[in-house]
Design a protein around this ligand. Structure first.
Ligand code: 5FU
Length: 267
C-alpha cells in the first residue's frame, strides 16, 4: 500500500515512529526525498557541503569516523545548519556488536553519536538485543528522546553481499517488533509487505551515469529505486559531492527522485 500512498498520508498512519512521521512531513513540505552522503574528510568540507545542498535535501548522511578533525565544532556546526535548513542527520555507523558495546559506541568516545545524530543504523547479525540496547541508550542520553531512531540494514548495494533471503526477512520481523524505535531500513527495494507496514526505506548505491566504482559499489538510477523498487529516499554520495557545482547537482537528483515518486503514486 505504501507504494501508492503519499509521504503526507503516511506521516499520520498508526504505529509510525515519531521520527518517521517528522521526516515524512519534512519530505512533503520541502518536496525532497534526497539524502546526500557527505563522505568528505574535514569539518570545513562537511559544513560547506551541508550549506550548499541543505535546501535540496531531507537528510544528510555522515561517516563521522572519516572526518580528520571531528569535534565539538563539527557537532555544533552540523546542528546549526540542520536546524536552519531543516534536514535530519543520519550517522551511517552500522553498529554490529553485543548490546553493551554498541551502547558505548553510540554514546561515548570521541564521536558521541547520540548527541547529534537523529538517525543511526545497525546490523542485526549479532541478534535482536542490538535494537533494545541502542533504544535504551537513546532514552537514557537524550531527554526527551524524541528525535532518535534506528534503520536496520536489511540489504546492501555492494556486489556479492550476503544480506539476502531469510536474513532480510528477519530484519523485517525484528523491525515490526520495535515500531517505536525502528523507523525503517537500508534496502534496495521497499520491504513493506504486510498491511500496516509503514517503514521508510532508504537506498544507497544511486548515481546517474555510472554503474559502479570498481570497488564493489553498484549504482541504480533514481527512477529505478524510487519508481520501480518502491523505496522512499535516495542516498547519493559521489554523484553530488564529486560534482563541481554541488548545489546544482543536488537539485538535479532532487527533481529526478521527486518526479519518480510522483509518477509512482500517480500524483
Ligand atoms: F548500507 C550501505 C550500502 O548498502 N551501500 C552504500 O553505499 C551504505 N552505503 C553508503 O552510502 C556508503 O558507505 C557511502 O557512504 C554511501 C554511498 O556513496 P556513493 O559515493 O554514492 O557510492
Amino acid at each position: 500500500a505504501t507504494i501508492t500512498q503519499s509521504y503526507q498520508e503516511r506521516a499520520s498512519l498508526p504505529k509510525t515512529s515519531p521520527v518517521a512521521s517528522y521526516l515524512l512531513r519534512l519530505i512533503a513540505a520541502k518536496q525532497t526525498n534526497l539524502c546526500v552522503s557527505a563522505d568528505v574528510s574535514t569539518t570545513r568540507e562537511l559544513l560547506q557541503l551541508a550549506e550548499e545542498v541543505g535546501d535540496s535535501i531531507c537528510m544528510l548522511k555522515t561517516h563521522a569516523d572519516i572526518i580528520n578533525d571531528f569535534g565539538p565544532r563539527t557537532i555544533e556546526g552540523l546542528k546549526e545548519i540542520a536546524a536552519k535548513k531543516h534536514f535530519l542527520v543520519f550517522e551511517d555507523r552500522k553498529f554490529g556488536d553485543i548490546g553493551s558495546t554498541v551502547q558505548k559506541q553510540f554514546t561515548a568516545g570521541p564521536l558521541q553519536i547520540v548527541r547529534w545524530a537523529n538517525i543511526i543504523n545497525a546490523h542485526i547479525f549479532p541478534g535482536p538485543a542490538i535494537i533494545t540496547a541502542l533504544s535504551q541508550a537513546a532514552h537514557d542520553a537524550v531527554k526527551p528522546p524524541l528525535l532518535r531512531s534506528l534503520l536496520i540494514l536489511a540489504e546492501m548495494s555492494s556486489a556479492g553481499n550476503l544480506m539476502t533471503g531469510s536474513y532480510t526477512e528477519q530484519c523485517v520481523v525484528e523491525a515490526r517488533k520495535n515500531p517505536e524505535f525502528v523507523m525503517g531500513f537500508i534496502a534496495q527495494r521497499t520491504l513493506n509487505e504486510q498491511p500496516g507496514d509503514n517503514f521508510i526505506t532508504m537506498t544507497p548505491g544511486v548515481q546517474i551515469g555510472a554503474t559502479g566504482d570498481g570497488l564493489g559499489q553498484q549504482y541504480n538510477t533514481p527512477e529505478k529505486v524510487i519508481g520501480e523498487a518502491g523505496t522512499d529516499i535516495i542516498i547519493v554520495g559521489r554523484g553530488v559531492y564529486g560534482a563541481q557545482d554541488k548545489r546544482a547537482k543536488a537539485e538535479e537528483y532532487r527533481v529526478r527522485a521527486w518526479k519518480a515518486y510522483e509518477g509512482r503514486i500517480g500524483a
